[in-house]
Write a protein that binds this ligand. Structure first.
Ligand SMILES: Cc1cc2nc3c(=O)[nH]c(=O)nc-3n(C[C@H](O)[C@H](O)[C@H](O)COP(=O)(O)OP(=O)(O)OC[C@H]3O[C@@H](n4cnc5c(N)ncnc54)[C@H](O)[C@@H]3O)c2cc1C
Ligand code: SF4
Ligand code: SF4
Length: 398
């Protein structure tokens, strides 16, 4: 879609300029003019124009649409210069999907310098690695990455692209999908591909009460995002051969957003919950912010541990959103998961049910959390939690 101004009809009243929420509409030589880079297609100007000079019109489809496309791509992500866990997980999945369709898997790497990263992606399962390097790729930037990815996709026409449903992936994937005029299935929990290369993307729908499987039959690339820990990475295979293809972006774009500085989070959130081996999670049943702090005492008894929460706990501001487990939070697969005062709603379970061992404390013996718990303690968390901490301390000292 695009906003079109019929200059012959425009009477220069400037009403559209006044209503545009993003400053995309300006006057040029007495007539309205749309900056298509800024326009968010909200339609406010269309409704405001007194003489019907503005309309929304469908634009010609981009070249990478319809049925053209081969290979299953993964957009690689870096964390402190190393491949992110979700990238390794998705590269393994892409290899599995591509094999079903008789296609190749590929990873797209954007970095200041490639170093050994292409080899690591190939060892993780990629048949090809597209490498884009330069100082502009040193840190994730929406404009730069979107522009570069779209140029690459226009040149090599992938069949499907997988993104990590990380902070950067969630920013990048929808923007690319919009540019390439294709669909995007966010936060998939299962993926498959038929022999003709048609991917099926499964994700929770209707508040998590059903699982919907979505097909993108008419547009390419097919696109989806997947949360970290949804799939398993494969052990690196030193013998796996792959092709490294360097790509130079032709059209540079201005960076509208710049990273000024990075600051590490302090306090108990220093280990990300998706990386923790032991998670102590609390829900509304913890009762107060002060009680919630007791979870840290339990977490401190384990190596590589983190405190997390249900959405109710996040809504109460007892913990930040980065610590939310579940459908609209993070998926975690720790060795040990304590669920304290958490009822076990479907949307919470979808984020933690694959933990190796689940210990639930809840005063309601019928709470759904007990259906997935390996061990259940029925009672008041304010009574049982201190006892549990005491017992573990005694066990460690013995
Ligand atoms: C689209 C959508 C997405 C969602 N995404 C998420 C998500 O990502 N993560 C998530 O967690 N939720 C999510 N939810 C919300 C979810 O449906 C639940 O509302 C939420 O998980 C409830 O949190 P809770 O278990 O902490 O609270 P509650 O459901 O209120 O449960 C509190 C539990 O604590 C117990 N309890 C109370 N007092 C004590 C005590 N003193 N000692 C022991 N036990 C006690 C109670 O018996 C109860 O079982 C989502 C909902 C929707 C619609
Ligand atoms: S559609 Fe919305 S954003 Fe675009 S020019 Fe009109 S008012 Fe501005
Ligand atoms: S509202 Fe219509 S007539 Fe007025 S300046 Fe905008 S396009 Fe022209």
């Amino acid at each position: 879609m695009a906003i079109i101004v019929d200059k012959a009809k425009c009477i220069g009243c400037e009403s559209c300029v006044a209503v545009c929420p993003v400053g995309a509409m300006t006057m040029q030589e007495g007539k309205a003019h749309v900056d298509t880079e800024k326009c968010i297609l909200c339609g406010a100007c269309v409704n405001e124009c007194p003489v019907g000079a503005i309309s929304k019109e469908a634009t010609a489809k981009a070249a990478v649409t319809n049925t053209a496309g081969t290979d299953v791509w993964v957009m690689a992500e870096l964390e402190d210069g190393k491949l992110a866990g979700v990238t390794l997980e998705l590269v393994a999945k892409a290899a599995e999907l591509a094999a079903k369709a008789g296609e190749k898997s590929a990873a797209v790497l954007m970095a200041a310098a490639a170093d050994k990263l292409p080899e690591e992606l190939i060892a993780a399962g990629a048949d090809k690695v597209y490498v884009l390097t330069g100082p502009e790729f040193a840190e994730y930037n929406t404009d730069v990455y979107t522009n570069a990815f779209c140029e690459l996709a226009q040149a090599y026409k992938p069949s499907a692209v997988l993104f990590g449903a990380s902070i950067d992936g969630r920013d990048l994937a929808p923007r690319i999908a919009a540019r390439l005029h294709t669909g995007l299935c966010a936060d998939c929990t299962a993926l498959d591909m038929d022999k003709d290369g048609l991917a099926s993307w499964t994700r929770p729908a209707l508040g998590g009460n059903i699982m919907a499987t979505i097909l993108c039959k008419e547009h390419r690339p097919q696109m989806g995002s997947v949360r970290p820990k949804t799939f398993k990475a494969q052990p690196a295979a030193a013998g796996h051969q792959g092709e490294v293809i360097t790509f130079a972006v032709k059209n540079q774009v201005p960076q509208r957003v710049k990273l000024v500085k990075k600051e590490a989070l302090s306090g108990s959130g220093t280990i990300k919950i998706e990386d923790a081996e032991v998670i102590v999670a609390g829900g509304r049943g913890m009762g107060s912010a002060e009680n919630f702090k007791k979870l840290e005492e339990l977490a401190a008894l384990f190596e590589n541990s983190a405190v997390a929460g249900s959405r109710a706990a996040v809504d109460e501001k007892w913990i930040g959103h980065a610590g939310q487990v579940g459908q609209s939070g993070k998926t975690v697969t720790p060795k040990l998961y304590f669920a304290c005062g958490i009822s076990g709603a479907l949307q919470h379970l979808s984020g933690m049910k694959d933990a190796d061992v689940i210990i639930a404390i809840n005063k309601d013996p019928n709470a759904p959390i007990f259906q997935v718990a390996s061990y259940g303690l029925v009672g008041d968390v304010n009574v049982l939690l201190p006892k549990l901490i005491e017992q573990i301390k005694a066990f460690k000292q013995a």
